[in-house]
Design a protein around this ligand. Sequence first.
Ligand SMILES: *Cc1c(COP(=O)(O)O)cnc(C)c1O
Length: 349
Amino acid sequence: MGTATLTIDLDALVANWTALDAASGRDVMTGAVVKANGYGLDAGRVASALAAAGARQFFVAAAEEGVAVRNAIGPGPAINVFSGHMPGDLAMIEQARLTPMLNSTEQLTRHFETLPGHPFGIQLDTGMNRLGMEADEWFAVAEIALSQRPRLVMSHLACADEPHHAENAAQLKEFHRLTDGISAPRSLAATGGILLGKAYHFNLTRPGIGLYGGLPFDAARPVVRLSIPVVQARTVLPEETVGYGCSWAADRESVIATVAAGYADGLIRAMSNRAVLWHGPEPCPLVGRVSMDLLTVDITGLPEIPEYLDILCPAQGVDTLAEAAGTIGYEVLTSLGGRYKRAYTGGPA
Ligand SMILES: *Cc1c(COP(=O)(O)O)cnc(C)c1O
């Protein structure tokens, strides 16, 4: 087989959701963020597994993603859309029964005029300056918006992965100022916010990355394994070079394996000469530049030429690989390529 296999452990995904649900506390509902096609792992599969485990609130970035999730999970759970009610979304919101998180007076007006009575939520800005109404705008429309009974009033933390960052407490205080005394359910915490503790949990938490095995949830079970087939192996003599630009030279007689994945599969060029692949517990350095479809790997230390090398596995999670490339686990996951054979283990029957 000439393409890599991405194995997704749905039991580990569900275990991570259950652990974050427990960490969210007893009276707090735990949702699941499945935007960007379930952080690259297939939103339909991910949402179905989590719905079977009891998740009742899903979050996506755009209405188009919401339609795909609705088709996968059926009519029961709520599907909330972070980008709110955009021009052209009306039919999708209505037919897939999506709940837009309205971000501005403009969106509020659009929603109330075109879909009166249809469920909605409100997104407030508490300091990130990305999505949501700011204080003045909110106070001007709060009375009318609240009279229409929003399903959720939410905001998002900018620095929740840094527990001691002063912005966390500042945003918490602002969220209280904007929402104390309302009867609608409130939500502030994503994965990082859950780990900040009870004060941040309100009525509903919205973990994403932690479900998929990423930091800042350092107790997460790994969810993905990426095994790349070896196409061929060769001996390289001292001073011979490997790959485009001759960026790596052997300093001893070396065995180099060429494996079938590259930057077109989301293994970005910044990993060149930095990342490590694994054969079980044995590390094998990626040498030379990442090319479009291939990586070259120093397997001199192995007793024989393996059929596969892993680049995501128990020995190396998404954050370790991300660090080698100067990025974050979120980007490694959402870049995982379309050419991989995706195999799912565990999950609902
Ligand atoms: C992506 C996102 C989340 C999930 O964040 P994680 O850090 O992946 O847990 C929650 N809320 C909003 C508004 C988001 O954009």
